[in-house]
Design a protein around this ligand. Sequence first.
Ligand SMILES: [Fe+2]
Length: 242
Amino acid sequence: MGYADLHCHWIASIDDGCRTPEAGVELLKGLFSLGFSTVVATPHMRPGMFDNDRAALERAFARMQPMLAAEGGLPQVHLSSEHYFDEQVYARLRAGEGVPYPSRPGAKARGVLVEMNPVAFPPQLARSFVELRRKGLFVVLAHPERYQPVWKDDGCLDPLLDAGARLLLDICAVVGKYGRAPQRAAEKLLEDEAYEAACSDAHKPEDLDDVARAIDRLTELVGDEERDRLLGAAPAAILEGI
Ligand SMILES: [Fe+2]
């Protein structure tokens, strides 16, 4: 089984990811050559910074399809989004206006990629996640290792895990791409076997070197079997839904 990347910004000109369609294709090719047979596009949905709603993301995804169809050596692609967890996006998710991961027919709940303010978690966060679960969505929490509350005490994740959230490692954290504190937090969460899955969060072809180094480093930290679970079986299961 190939790897499945649940978090990547390969769609051109829609957020801080790839600037051109050509760069998007180059990034997808590079990920394919690193072992990813599936790559989900997760452009930002962040009001005030990246004002993308579902319709805009669907249009941007569709615009890239003819170019992808003309190329060989690419992973299978899907569309989702990185939902910034503010009041507006939370309301959209509750109203069924988010872009969750695809799922198999009949799944009771679909995963939804969520990122948060890196400095402080919103109040009542676990309760919000439970509310989303009632709406048929389970939270896949992007890069928990980058949040300052986690650096201070990763016990702050416990209520979120109890509320059904799954933790998604940005593998580039393990090679220090975001600094020492996220790297340390990632190593600790890996040691605690707290991550459900891992992803690239790649934004441009220039990120591919870090992704390659990070896969090697992840292998050193957890071994072949756990690496393949984190990058293969576990993200594939999230794409099935529950
Ligand atoms: Fe991202």
